[in-house]
Design a protein around this ligand. Structure first.
Ligand code: PLP
Length: 401
């Protein structure tokens, strides 16, 4: 017998991956330039020059054992120190290197945290729309995935819905801001309310409800928007971070879990994070990139490309009749489907060679995600097709399509 659930996970492709693979096939048939793939959140800007410089310096100065050997299980001290120094400088916090556990990106960070915290019966609250892999991570850790709808008009927290969803079984609330797929930044007012509610319920149920911040898009913000630093608002906050987007190095698989001293039972939580890293086989994140991060923890890739793309696509789509909230961060537009069934709408969009992902995947039927981390020329070529798609949907009955 082989684990049925794992077979299902392995065989069932996400709509994002399915689109991406379809796009590759289609490009072979009709040419890359004619396929408009907006399915994957794969950064398309170069890493800041400092990353390559740091790598070259390391390759020139260190021997192979120093470069490619195992690192300490929780990550290299100098890397953790550089990260702590950078955050303390930016947010006025007082983190120590020992508050950090270096991970292979945010994905393994979330997986580690959920594994570290979960005991049978635990529930995790996730706001819609959400990164689809959360469900996989929470359930793999043995937790129950509890979806809570956000406000339809702005995707901010719906506190009436949240108050109902939090129970004595709630282990943690997971917050992703800036959000994939909506691009929304949760407001400071919401975070203050959330912290008050979590404090109240933790006291009522006599156990801590943790707040988990998943922040791979923290630096990808536009129009000088502020992303409140969660640990300053709620004591028992754990952070998952990734350099995939800020340094534009997703293939290098590097990020961290942060367990601040203020967290309830922080020593035990940190030990459990180390234990979960061990149990999952995630110890010693890749060495060379850890050493490079120690040199460039505070750098950020050139985000002007994304801002330009956002402005171009957002304004054009609006004039064609699409509706969507103007994203303040990340690199996605979360657009209302022009057909009642967003999966049908995405299938229909393929007739125009537009590859977009149904919102159902993100817990939000009726929407589609458009990832605009693509060359601007792709957006320019795709715009007339987005226009035709809208005209077809708006003027034709869905049943006739
Ligand atoms: N969390 C969110 C919200 C994401 O969008 C992603 C990736 O796109 C991840 C986590 C995983 O990122 P990483 O590449 O760091 O594993």
């Amino acid at each position: 017998m082989i684990a049925e659930e794992m077979i299902n996970l392995g065989e069932k492709k996400s709509a994002i991956r399915e689109n991406f693979e379809y796009g590759k096939q289609r490009a072979k048939q009709i040419g890359k330039e004619k396929v408009f793939d907006f399915s994957l959140g794969n950064p398309n800007v170069p890493a800041p020059a400092g990353v390559r410089r740091a790598m070259e310096k390391l390759l020139n100065q260190k021997d192979d054992v120093e470069l490619f050997g195992y690192t300490p299980a929780q990550g290299i001290f100098e890397t953790r120190k550089a990260i702590a120094d950078n955050l303390n400088f930016r947010f006025g916090t007082s983190f120590r290197p020992d508050n950090f556990y270096i991970t292979c990106g945010a994905a393994s960070g979330i997986r580690i945290i959920t594994q570290a915290l979960t005991v049978p019966g635990d529930e995790y609250i996730i706001f819609t729309p959400y990164f689809p892999e959360y469900k996989v991570f929470v359930e793999a850790a043995g937790g129950k995935f509890v979806e809570v709808k956000t406000r339809q008009e702005d995707f901010q927290i719906d506190f009436a819905a949240l108050e109902q969803a939090i129970t004595e079984k709630t282990k943690a609330v997971l917050l992703n801001s800036p959000n994939n797929p909506s691009g929304v930044i949760i407001s400071e007012e919401n975070i203050i309310w959330l912290a008050a509610l979590l404090n109240e319920r933790s006291a009522l149920y006599r156990h801590t409800i943790y707040l988990i911040g998943d922040e791979p898009y923290r630096e990808l913000v536009y129009d000088n928007a502020d992303v409140p630093y969660l640990t300053k608002y709620y004591k028992s906050t754990l952070i998952c971070y990734s350099y995939s987007k800020s340094l534009s190095i997703p293939g290098e698989r590097i990020g961290y879990v942060l367990v601040p001293d203020e967290v309830e039972q922080s020593g035990k939580v940190y030990a459990a994070v180390c234990g979960a890293g061990r149990a999952l086989g995630y110890v010693c994140a890749p060495s060379l990139i850890q050493q490079a991060v120690a040199e460039c923890a505070g750098q950020v890739a050139d985000l002007s490309v994304y801002k330009n793309n956002r402005d171009l696509l957002y304004h054009a789509l609006q004039t064609y009749g699409y509706t969507c909230i103007c994203p303040k961060g990340a690199f996605y537009l979360f657009v209302r489907s022009l057909l009642p069934d967003s999966a049908a709408f995405c299938r229909y969009a393929r007739k125009y060679e537009l590859l977009i992902v149904p919102g159902d995947e993100f817990g939000c039927p009726g929407y589609v995600r458009i990832a605009y981390c693509v060359p601007v020329s792709q957006i320019e070529r795709a715009l007339p097709w987005f226009k035709k798609l809208a005209e077809a949907c708006i003027t034709t009955q869905a049943s006739e399509l």
